[in-house]
Design a protein. Sequence first.
Length: 365
Amino acid sequence: MLGHRFAHYTPPAQSGKSDFERLLKIFMQLVLITSGNVSEALQWLTEVDRQYGLTNDKYGMGDFIEDLKKNGYITEEGPQGEYRLNARSEQSLRQSALEEIFGKLKKTKSGEHKTPHAGRGDELNTDRRDYEFGDTMEHIAMTDSIRNAQINHGFEDFTMTEEDLEVVESEFKAQTSTVLMIDISHSMILYGEDRITPAKKVAMALAELITKKYPKDTLDILVFGDDAWQIEIKDLPYLQVGPYHTNTVAGLELAMDILRRRKNSNKQIFMITDGKPTCLKQGIKYYKNSFGLDSKILNRTLALATQLRKIKIPVTTFMIATDPYLKSFVRDFTKANNGNAYYSSLQGLGNLVFEDFKRNRTKRV
């Protein structure tokens, strides 16, 4: 006999985070802020624990440090036993940044960015167009084509011609080479505002995103101050600002050189900055002017923006300050490059980078 049987519901036990997991999340944030200085991060964590009671008699800070070593997050090196991050911690930082900024993503088999290139691609969408010579049979919208034939020729003597055929639009899956430029001039930590840590988080999240979801893409990261140089993804947690001016020209020239060596046809530059360009390198000397917009520096920077536009490399600028000179520069720069520019609070920076990253890979043919 069929029927229903009711019983008392016992909910499954909730698996809350352990003391170690709770402290680890805070510790990782502090490690990023201290540019990879484990000892300083532990000092900060101890102070936070003293004020807010993060630990208890059963699990103290000493236990947490031992668990960090036992689980392979830190190692003791040197004669004085200095604590250092290892590869597991660096990967954990990137994963944490990815989840914080972009949400939890699952790895796919290959990097598959949709482009708005309508035509003979490999992923169908909802758009329709007239049949063109060379379109394959599997892309013909049969229902729509039959309907057109009935309208055009009637029901009694059914006929279908080439003019009746409609084709389902498809999208190409593109590979893209991205260069992320990070400003490390001294203004990135001025006025009591930490701007470099959010920039590092975005860089780590973007690196983890590409590794997991778009493994055929390339991401190169460079920093620019008085000069510009390329850094490895593993170096991001240790990135620090310096007593530098902002040599945007050096950063753009290095980005162009990197992208010139990349084989992907889709190329783009993301630039995170909080200030106008204030520096040029002339031979072995530096030309610097922090007062207003220097016409010599500005003209050289805009010339590079125009050059990038001619070789079809868009530059998207993310402004994390509201300086009027910065806004004026970015307006002229974006016009010269035909790129994009956004003003973002530090909290919204990651979302903007992600949205533009997806948008720049969707170009129609």
